[in-house]
Design a protein. Structure first.
Length: 445
């Protein structure tokens, strides 16, 4: 009897997607057990074959085939920050997100017949604890795993029921709606049980920005072949490339607008296989401009505390300026602080958000305006415009006074029609904040 048959798998597919059924005859047995990160003991006999004290897949021919991709992923300048699981645990604890983390067991006879390399992709939603108000912006709602040596074999593809009430299903992104999850019994702990029974500490996990999937699973694992680290963009090699752009560059194929985690896992796998076939000598990726080519649509935020996540910055702007950013790019940390770009719907949105922030605007060396914005713990971040002061004034026609008078987001791509932001939160009037606040600011206190 297969392991997956013991779990309440909730099948799901995006309309028009063609996903083979879950293969149940090659799954590990539940008798292999589930061990938590706190209970698993590191192997002291595995020093050979490690890179910087980390495990490498060396016990099987399949694992050894993926070694170069694993090593190259670890050499990326953003790897140590992205796979800093201690930071994620601390952040969860400080934000009131409770949950056990898991860590795979050492390789042994128990897993020799299992897939030694898998490709994974997860879909996430946002949930909130009704008692504490804590939010989890990476709550697992779909898990898809395929055999990296045989991509047609779907090891598992299931919806996952979050433990907290869902506040944003992100249906526009993942296709998962309330009615899909209502009757689902498969939970995060089921997902963890599956991963622990399937994976050893040498199992290669392939994907795009795999750390996001691992965080959603509450799983520590750094034997990964990460396509977001193996491919680089033409304009800014250190910045992350999207799976959509990577697939277009490598396979000359367009990705669907709605994410299908089985398809995403397979496409990331195909990109990594291409990288391996080319011995890492791959072309730079052409990036699709995000939302706009105009730098005026963005604000640059730096000196960001290490525990801060993109969603904290997004909520910070929404709460303190009443303007919702379209996107906050992944924070790039160096040492104890980081930097990122906050993207708005138009240059007017960005300008109004900047002017509404509490703080004095000063012109820095490049001629762009910048504000020192103090946090509740006495520290501060810097928020800077991406265009020079004179150009911004001419383009937007806004001023600090106009921003204070209109604490709203402009609708319809920066048209003159004013509309309150859809996600406006209750709180003190704009301008009354003496320090910036994040959505769950207890970690800054």
């Amino acid at each position: 009897r297969s392991f997956v048959s013991n779990l309440p798998v909730a099948s799901f597919s995006i309309p028009d997607s063609k996903t083979p059924p879950v293969q149940k005859d090659k799954e590990p047995s539940p008798d292999d057990g589930v061990s938590s990160a706190s209970k698993s003991k590191p192997s002291t006999s595995k020093m050979e074959g490690q890179l910087r004290g980390r495990i490498l897949p060396k016990s099987t021919a399949v694992g050894r085939k993926w070694q170069n991709a694993v090593i190259k992923s670890r050499q990326h300048e953003r790897y140590d920050t992205s796979y800093d699981f201690a930071r994620y645990k601390d952040n969860d604890s400080m934000n009131g997100i409770q949950g056990d983390w898991i860590k795979a067991k050492p390789f042994g006879d128990w897993c020799q017949s299992y897939p030694q390399a898998i490709a994974i992709d997860c879909e996430m939603c946002e949930t909130q604890d009704p008692l504490s108000g804590a939010k989890n912006t990476k709550a697992l709602c779909r898990l898809s795993v395929v055999n990296a040596e045989n991509p047609e074999e779907v090891l598992i593809d299931t919806l996952v029921k979050p433990s907290w009430p869902v506040t944003d299903y992100r249906t526009r992104i993942n296709g998962v709606a309330k009615e899909h999850l209502d009757s689902v019994e498969f939970t995060l702990r089921h997902a963890q049980a599956f991963m622990m029974a399937l994976c050893s500490e040498e199992t290669v996990i392939v994907g795009h920005a795999v750390h996001n999937d691992l965080v959603a699973l509450n799983m520590e694992h750094d034997v990964v072949a990460d396509s977001s680290f193996l491919f680089r963009g033409k304009e800014s090699p250190s910045s992350p490339v999207s799976l959509k752009d990577t697939v277009m560059s490598v396979m000359n194929e367009s990705m669907p607008e709605t994410h299908d985690s089985v398809n995403d896992a397979r496409k990331a796998l195909a990109c990594v296989v291409h990288w391996m076939e080319k011995n890492g000598k791959v072309d730079l990726v052409d990036r699709t401009p995000k939302h706009s080519n105009h730098k005026g649509h963005q604000l640059f935020v730096h000196r960001i505390p290490k525990l801060c996540k993109p969603e904290h910055l997004s909520n910070m702007f929404l709460k303190n300026t009443s303007i919702q950013p379209v996107e906050v790019e992944e924070i790039q940390f160096s040492g104890t602080t980081g930097k990122t770009h906050v993207i708005f719907k138009s240059s007017r949105h960005a300008n109004l958000a900047f002017e509404a922030l509490d703080g004095k605007a000063e012109e820095e060396k490049s001629g762009r305006l910048q504000k020192k914005v103090f946090l509740r713990n006495g520290d501060y971040v810097r928020v800077r415009k991406m265009v020079h002061a004179k150009h911004a004034d001419a383009r937007n026609g806004t001023s600090p006074e106009s921003a204070k008078k209109h604490p709203f987001a402009y609708g319809n791509d920066g048209q003159d029609e004013m509309a309150p932001c859809d996600k406006q939160e209750s709180g003190p009037p704009l301008g009354s904040f003496r320090a910036m606040e994040f959505s769950k600011p207890s970690w800054m206190e």
